[in-house]
Design a protein around this ligand. Structure first.
Ligand code: OAD
Length: 250
């Protein structure tokens, strides 16, 4: 089916549901200027994740990981603002269709767009925690001109994200699985669906009888096996198209 027809179909499917959830990944924030992890221009093209995004690597040398890797990513994230795809999901909540956004992103852009129930599956860069005394600070209160940023006690701060080698907080995993198994549509936007356990959520949704509507720049591991259908294109354009159709039909 052509993109326009799929956009119309998604609008019709969403319109017939009151229990929609979304799972988002780095692709939804690309139009906000935040690079994805995989593929062309991806963060992991430049950095080896095991050297810079694994908790053991960070704990071995937090200064190096901050200076080489986190500094740049943190700067991009702190100045980004929501794009049309985030706004589309926010509108979908305001219209009464979308209940929860489960995001793998650490950029806080779903909350900035206005979504009120956001599960930050991989944590956030909006708060930082001291490695020594565990005091936490909102990013807005920190001065990142000195890297690594430090606590008042002198300890180095870490973002409250999930590094590789760390567990997803069990209550977030449990709730996300509950949502995936009870929603009637799971919108999967801008994720390569490679990293576990997030990649299992669409599979849980499918096996629980939900429609899985994928929106992505390219086909993924889900496209042929899990997704009910996949709309290929930029998340911002596709989400705007869906909202336009939906509002026109209400
Ligand atoms: P990836 O970088 O793996 O995948 C991003 C997906 O978005 C790719 O399939 C792209 O084709 C697609 N994409 C790019 N631009 C897009 C656009 N404008 N509109 C729609 N789609 C677009 O990102 P994630 O799946 O989020 O984890 O990666 C999952 C996890 O791997 C991250 O949370 C991070 C990373 O390692 C940790 O750091 C623990």
């Amino acid at each position: 089916m052509m993109t326009d027809a799929l956009v119309k179909k998604a609008a019709r499917d969403l319109c017939a549901s009151r229990n929609v959830a979304a799972l988002t990944g780095a692709g939804i924030s690309v139009e906000s200027g935040i690079p994805p992890f995989r593929g062309k221009g991806g963060v992991w093209e430049k950095f080896d994740p095991m050297e810079y995004a694994h908790i053991d690597a960070f704990m071995r040398n937090p200064e190096k990981v901050w200076k080489v890797f986190l500094k740049e990513l943190n700067e991009v994230v702190q100045k980004a603002s929501p794009n049309a795809a985030h706004m589309g999901l926010s509108r979908l909540e305001a219209l009464g269709f979308l209940k929860t956004v489960i995001t793998q992103n650490v950029d806080g852009l779903h909350q900035a767009a206005g979504n009120t129930d956001v599960i930050e599956f991989h944590g956030t860069f909006a708060r930082h925690r001291c490695l020594e005394c565990s005091r936490t600070y909102p990013a807005a209160e920190l001065n990142f001109s000195r890297i690594p940023p430090r606590c008042e006690c002198g300890g180095i701060l870490r973002p409250e994200c999930v590094f590789f080698g760390e567990m997803i907080p069990p209550h977030l995993l449990w709730r996300s699985e509950q949502i995936a198994s009870t929603c009637d549509i799971l919108l999967v936007v801008g994720t390569s669906a490679i990293v576990q356990p997030a990649a299992t959520l669409p599979v849980i949704a499918k096996h629980s009888g939900a429609k899985v509507i994928e929106i992505n720049a390219e086909p993924t591991a889900l496209t042929d096996s899990v997704s009910t259908y996949c709309i290929l294109g930029k998340a911002g354009e596709i989400m705007s198209g869906i909202i336009r159709e939906l509002e026109a039909s209400m």
